[in-house]
Design a binder for this molecule. Structure first.
Ligand code: NAD
Ligand code: DAU
Length: 363
């Protein structure tokens, strides 16, 4: 018999990671494989413009790792995967994730984020019920702080009870998917967990987002487009800290609960861009334009641009013991070093398709 003070050995999981070839998903796949080598990891990713198999290349050939290229909206394929693999855990990252693209073309956001999440939830429900509704099953739905809308300068940070008020097609589609994940717990008792996280940054971040876009433009000597007056505020979290938070939510979180995750690092966009310029001036051996600050250009604002996001992460801190470890200064240095040493990763992403997108947003 095991006494209460003795820890039972951890049971290996078989985890399906959707969107595992994207930015946060691929960081999470590496985190999981490094920390739980005994687990089976199945990645399902459609490899859209934002997905990159190279992010996972070091894992190819590992006996506990499988990559499946496929669309989460394809129900027969998703159901077949649940039959083929002994999956007990889903970490659902797959999404259309960029606000500016959701303004240009919202259709794909509703399809993947709402219909795709529904397809996964419902297929997992059948699988879970078929297996006898086992208690160790988990469905983690990875979401965003943007579902809560925009804060005023003196408002408290978003907590798990802040009412939803999404402002962009992206955040509205994520809000819809959060409500579905919540409903599957309340209606069917399916063990779903929801996380709402602030802005991430770090390795494998696609060039369209603020931090990689600025790093790459500085290296290429291109202008640094700051939307509006540059006074919008985001709460930045190093991606490794986010992965650790999701790990504790899967392993220790209470099914049916939501956990907000944030870096406690509120920064104005213009201050962040200036900091990136400063660090690039210091760390990059050669720059086409030096000091890089000369490249800063204020451009037309994003329509409906949320002014401020901030997270109150006290629930995950007190209940699950998670706190962010990385500072903004340290995280930005690590990120810049990564972009400096991984030109072969980001250069091919500046494709004709990407240039066409860039023209549409910034022309
Ligand atoms: P990303 O755009 O970098 O990656 C998305 C991944 O999903 C890509 O690999 C893409 O190929 C895949 N994908 C897209 N549509 C698919 C489909 N129909 N079927 C299968 N795969 C599909 O996104 P990210 O920044 O890594 O974000 C991951 C998740 O985290 C998203 O759900 C996003 O809403 C959420 N999130 C992101 C941030 C952030 O700062 N990036 C913050 C909080 C929450
Ligand atoms: O808050 C979490 C969200 O963070 C995630 O849910 C999204 O998936 C992720 O893309 C991110 O959304 P943002 O819109 O906050 O991130 P983005 O990097 O696009 O922009 C950050 C801020 O910088 C925002 O205020 C807009 C501004 N910006 C962005 C770009 C691309 C600029 O000023 N210029 C730019 O060129």
């Amino acid at each position: 018999m095991t006494s209460a003070s003795e820890k039972l050995p951890r049971q290996p999981r078989c985890i399906l990671i959707t969107g595992g070839a994207g930015f946060i998903g691929s960081n999470f796949v590496h985190h999981w494989c490094n920390n739980y080598p005994e687990d089976r990891v199945v990645v399902l990713d459609a490899l859209t413009y934002a997905g990159n198999y190279k992010n996972l290349a070091p894992l190819a050939g590992h006996k506990n790792f499988r990559f499946v290229q496929g669309d989460i909206c394809n129900r027969p394929m998703v159901e077949a995967l649940f039959k083929e693999e002994p999956i007990d855990t889903v970490a659902h990252f797959a999404a259309e994730s960029h606000v500016d693209r959701s303004i240009l073309g919202p259709d794909a956001f509703v399809r993947t984020n709402v219909v795709g999440t529904f397809t996964l939830l419902d297929s997992f429900r059948h699988h879970w019920e078929h297996q006898g509704a086992l208690e160790n099953f988990r469905f983690l739905h990875v979401s965003t702080d943007e579902v809560y809308g925009s804060l005023g300068p003196d408002d408290a940070g978003f907590s798990e009870t802040t009412p939803y008020a999404p402002n962009s097609p992206y955040s509205a589609s994520k809000a819809g998917s959060d409500h579905l994940a919540r409903a599957y717990y309340h209606t069917y008792g399916m063990p779903t967990l929801i996380t709402n996280c602030s802005n991430n940054y770090g390795p494998y971040h696609f060039p369209e987002k603020l931090i990689p876009l600025m790093c790459i433009n500085i290296l290429l000597g291109k202008s640094l487009p700051v939307y509006g007056d540059g006074q919008n505020i985001r709460d930045w979290l190093y991606v490794e800290d986010h992965c650790r938070a999701l790990d504790v939510v899967i392993n220790q979180g209470q099914p049916g609960e939501t956990y907000n995750i944030g870096g406690n690092n509120e920064v104005k966009n213009i201050d962040l861009v200036n900091k990136l310029c400063e660090l690039m001036n210091e760390l990059a051996p050669e720059l086409p334009v030096r000091p890089a600050q000369e490249l800063i250009t204020f451009v037309k604002d994003r329509p409906g641009h949320d002014r401020r996001y901030a997270i109150d992460a006290s629930k995950i801190q007190t209940e699950l013991g998670w706190t962010p470890a990385e500072t903004v200064e340290g995280g930005l240095r690590r990120t810049i070093e990564w972009y400096l040493t991984h030109r072969d990763w980001w250069q091919p992403l500046l494709s004709e398709e990407y240039q066409a997108y860039y023209q549409k947003v910034y022309a």
